[in-house]
Design a protein around this ligand. Sequence first.
Ligand code: ADP
Ligand code: MG
Length: 259
Amino acid sequence: MATHFKIDGLRAAIDGKEILKGLSLEIKGGEVHAIMGPNGTGKSTLASSLMGHPKYEVTDGEVVLNGEDVLEMAVDERARAGLFLAMQYPSEISGVTNSDFLRSAINARREEGKEISLIKFIRQMEGKMKELEMNPEFAHRYLNEGFSGGEKKRNEILQMMMLDPSIVILDEIDSGLDIDALKIVANGVNAMRSEDRGFLIITHYQRLLDYIKPDFVHVMMQGRIVKSGGPELAERLESEGYDWVKEELGIVDETVGQV
Ligand code: ADP
Ligand code: MG
């Protein structure tokens, strides 16, 4: 089935404070959407709410992936349904090696008795790590423990490549990356572009979009999408910043307000 992801009127709150205020977005297989916005406008809240982070309470709206109600699903069911999130601040898990974590994550998406063989898994992981220019020893390190910012980001992309999701959400995958690492990560993402996969790329800076060309660009302010366009919108934001958007829309404070 062709990938189809639809967010409609999504509202979400943290500790009773509403952060997402009616956000709608539709992503089809083959499309790359970028969400850009200043800090504090709710971008990471969107990513976490879509994945089902327990801290974020969805109060209204719909999220549908290939005809299935995502909001009804537990986090692991969302992953099984094909949603993937590369987090802005990936968690460290001591005592679980990177390769154990990856293999469990892959097998969790498969039926019992159809687990990936160890040999096949290792071959795949080594191949992908090479593409990402990761030191092979990272396979045996505890998940993200002591990884630098850039190493964590590469590791998120490694997970994406191994899990083969149908909707990929990247939350500020560019933060903490120098230009060489950024190119490697972008190459990894571009290699995963396909007709049956959609991308939602959340970024503060336009720079990432020089390497991953989006089809659609959305500006997020005050917990919703306030403006959409093509790649030219990202270029204008790069050269002129966000003030003209605020002026055009009569927005004084673009954040969702202080908590
Ligand atoms: P962005 O990713 O666009 O910078 P966030 O979604 O991280 O924005 O944050 C939006 C608002 O929600 C901010 O005011 C932030 O303080 C608040 N917020 C986000 N996550 C939490 C949390 N876990 N607990 C309390 N407040 C939060
Ligand atoms: Mg954020």
